[in-house]
Design a protein around this ligand. Sequence first.
Ligand SMILES: [Zn+2]
Length: 273
Amino acid sequence: MRVSLLSVPGSPDRSNEDFAAASHDVVVLLDGAGTPPGIESGCSHGVAWYARQLGAQLLAEAGTAPRRPLADVLAVAIERVAAMHGDACDLTDPNTPSATVTVVRRTGDDLEYLVLADSVLVLDVLDGDPVAVTDDRLARTSRSLRAEMDALPTGSPEHTQARRAYAETLGSYRNTAGGFWVANTDPAAAAHAVTGSVPLDRLRAVALLSDGASRLVDRFRLTDWADALKILADDGPAGLIRRVRAAEDSDPRGERWPRGKASDDATAVYCVL
Ligand SMILES: [Zn+2]
């Protein structure tokens, strides 16, 4: 695999809570779920720490146990990072750091994948239209809860308050049947991931995108997956993220595209097979 990768924080004064890494046969992308200011998480490490640690464990475990299914690899990684928190952190806190997880692994003649929560895997298939592999349970759950926040101008005090309330309510649906699943401290969440595999000879390339990067297509609807893949092939991850930032800058208060943050951490990994 020839892999190109770029991850850009949503704002220069905040740490990047996305994480992506690659070996010759495994790629991982995680998007840590931030706790808005004013909400206790019970963890002294933070969301960026969590995404990095889980990503590093995943990359190592998926590579060293190539026969272990990716959902089992994720369960092992979640368990290890839970142990790394130590006794000082309250892992029962509902706002403990969490992350979306996307993994691809080249095994024999296939590309295996796992998608948990709202990052997107786009398959550039040789004999048809691109296929976006998504886990839409978070989007479906949040749609009904975010109306009040989305009606307010992004960045206003009222919006900040509504975002906090939204995050608290959304949290009560996390890792519950009928809600949505993410990685946090419970290895059982891994079994709820979307998984599958595709023969390598059907694929030209794949892209892993955090929602801060995929929004050009799935939120702003400024282009489609086929064009996003073309941008990645021609201009790399930097070209895609540049277009996302240009769109966000044209709508700083979220009037055209209501959103939680004016700019989110954006990560794109493009893998040519
Ligand atoms: Zn911790």
